[in-house]
Write a protein that binds this ligand. Sequence first.
Ligand SMILES: Cc1cc2nc3c(=O)[nH]c(=O)nc-3n(C[C@H](O)[C@H](O)[C@H](O)COP(=O)(O)OP(=O)(O)OC[C@H]3O[C@@H](n4cnc5c(N)ncnc54)[C@H](O)[C@@H]3O)c2cc1C
Length: 302
Amino acid sequence: MSSAPSETITEIFPAELQHVVRENQPLRETLWLGIGGPARFLAEPVEIEQIEKLYAVAREKGLALRVLGQGSNVLVREAGFDGLVITLASPATSNLEIQGQKLVAGAGAKLTHAVIKTVGEGLGGLEHLIGIPGSIGAAVVGNVSAEGRDIGSVVESIEIIDEEGKRKTISGEEAGFAHRQSTLMGTVVLSVTFSLEPKEVSALTKRMQKLWIHRGQRRPSESNRIAMPFIDPDTTSVSELINSTGLAGVREGDVSLDSNAPHYLIAHENATSEQCVKLIGRVREQVLMQTGIDLQLNLQIW
Ligand SMILES: Cc1cc2nc3c(=O)[nH]c(=O)nc-3n(C[C@H](O)[C@H](O)[C@H](O)COP(=O)(O)OP(=O)(O)OC[C@H]3O[C@@H](n4cnc5c(N)ncnc54)[C@H](O)[C@@H]3O)c2cc1C
C-alpha cells in the first residue's frame, strides 16, 4: 500500500533527507521517449548513506521505489509514477576506477564511458557494448548484451542494497545472469566490479570504433526518441519476427515501429505513453498469433 497521497515531503522524509527530495517532478526530460507524467517524489542523493536512508523510508512508508538510470529503457504512464524515484548521477555513485585488471564502476556511470575507459587502458571484455545507451546499474540489472556476449560474463561482484534494505556485496554468480535478465531487479545496484583481460589497445580501439559506427547506422535516423521494447528470443531476432509478421512500420497514433529497424519504437511529436502501451500490446498479440512466440518486454513500464 502506498503512503497517503496527502502526506507531504516533510511528513514522509526526515529533515536530513529533505534537501535531496523534490515533489511532483517531471521525468520526461530524462527519458529517451520524452513522454509520461511526473514522479510523486524524485530524490537525487549525493552520498551512499542517503540512498540507504531513502530506501528505508520508502519501505517504512510503503512508497513504491524505482531507480532511474539514463532513462533509455523506461516508459512512464501519463498518470506519472506514484512513488519515489532515485537517480544515481552524483559523483559518489558514478565514478569509474581502474584497479589492475579490474574496473570498479559506480552504478550511475554511463556504460559507454566505462567502455571507452577500459579500452584506453588496454582492458578487454566490455568493448562490444559500445554505444548501448544507459548506465552501468541498469546494464547489469538487465544483463545487456551485444554480439552474442552479455555484460554478466565479466561481472566479478556487485554492491547492492537488497530487498530487505541491507547494503552488501554479492558475486556475479549470485546475480543469476541469464539471457537479458538477472535477479537484481528490485534491488538498488550501487557499484559493479568487472574482471577484464589485458589486450592490445589498438586492436580493442579498432573493434570498438567499428561496432560504434555500425550500431549508430542501424538506429532510426528520423528521431532520437526511441526505445527497444522487446528482448530477442533465443531462436531468432525481434526484427526478423516483426518483418516476417508484416508489422514493420506499424503505427498507433503518434507512435510507430521503425520500418527499417523494426525492433525500435519511435515516439513522434504528439506521442503518448498510452499509444506506446497499445502498440506494444498489439505487436505482442500479432506475433504470438502468427508465430506462437510470446515476445518478452525489455522496456520497463512504470
Ligand atoms: C537506441 C537503443 C539501443 C539499445 N541497444 C541495446 C543493445 O544493443 N543491447 C541491450 O541489451 N540493450 C539495448 N538497449 C536497451 C537499453 O540500452 C538498456 O536496457 C540499458 O541498460 C538501459 O539503461 P538506462 O540507464 O537507460 O536504464 P533506465 O531506462 O534508466 O532503467 C531501466 C531499468 O533498470 C532499472 N535500474 C536502473 N539503474 C538501476 C540501479 N542502479 N539499480 C537497480 N535498478 C536500476 C530501472 O529501475 C529500470 O527498471 C537499447 C536501447 C536503446 C534506446
